[in-house]
Structures are given as structure tokens and as C-alpha cells.
Design a protein around this ligand. Structure first.
Ligand code: ZN
Length: 133
């Protein structure tokens, strides 16, 4: 596993949160992207070498809607860059982690992504992401 690629934050109102985080970072988001298959709309911010992804649910059965219902707004996942997502999935399964997407799926920001179940990672939802070439 490589560096932290981004941190994902679940928000109720993307427009309001875009303003909030623009004030916080002193720069606006640089991209908005909807991932219809996941029922989320995302926006991305850069601050120094770091990237923050805000996630808003676009339908009631979206994983983000369920997360906010249970835990409220806040940090949703930490994403790590990997160079070979399939090899990493295989390795982590071998280590006993529960991989939620054995076949990586297309995520936001031109990435192939897979998640690890938080019950096997001390309550932290971990995303693996590999840049699509
Ligand atoms: Zn993410």
C-alpha cells in the first residue's frame, strides 16, 4: 500500500459543505463528480499535497445516506493509493481482511476502487484506489 490518496468525508449538503471547506482551505473545490452507481455526488479539494473528497448521497439507499443516518456527518473513509489493486486485494484477503469488492469498481476521479469492511480494520473504512491509465 502506498500513500494516503485522499480522505472521504460524508456530508448532508454538498453545496453548503463546498463553501465551508473552501473557507477552511482558502481555495474552492476543483472538481465535482457524480458516481450514479454508488448513489453519491462527490467534490474534491486539494490542500498542499493532500486531497479531501466530500460525499453527498443522491438517493435514500445510498451507502452515504445510511452512514449519515447511523453516525452523522464526518470522516467516512481513508483511501490509500495502490499500484496493483488486484494484487493488493489478493494479499489482504490472504491476511484475513474482508474485501467488499473482490472485483474493483470504477470510482470517482478516474480510479479503480475496492473497500475493506470496517469490522476487520478497527472500525475504519479503508479504500484502495488505483489510477486508471
Ligand atoms: Zn474515496
Amino acid at each position: 500500500m502506498d500513500k494516503i490518496e485522499h480522505i472521504g468525508i460524508a456530508v448532508k449538503d454538498l453545496e453548503k459543505s463546498n463553501q465551508l471547506f473552501a473557507s477552511l482551505f482558502g481555495a474552492p473545490h476543483y472538481k465535482i463528480e457524480e458516481v450514479a452507481s454508488e448513489g453519491v455526488k462527490t467534490s474534491f479539494f486539494k490542500t498542499g499535497p493532500n486531497k479531501i473528497e466530500l460525499l453527498e448521497a443522491t438517493k435514500p439507499d445510498s451507502p452515504i445516506a445510511k452512514f449519515i443516518e447511523k453516525k452523522g456527518e464526518g470522516i467516512h473513509h481513508i483511501a490509500f493509493a495502490v499500484s496493483n489493486i488486484n494484487a493488493e486485494i489478493k494479499r489482504l484477503k490472504g491476511e484475513g481482511f474482508t474485501v467488499l469488492n473482490e472485483i474493483p469498481k470504477k470510482g470517482a476521479d478516474n480510479k479503480l476502487v475496492a473497500f475493506l469492511h470496517p469490522k476487520t480494520t478497527n472500525g475504519v473504512l479503508i479504500e484502495l484506489c488505483q489510477e486508471i491509465e
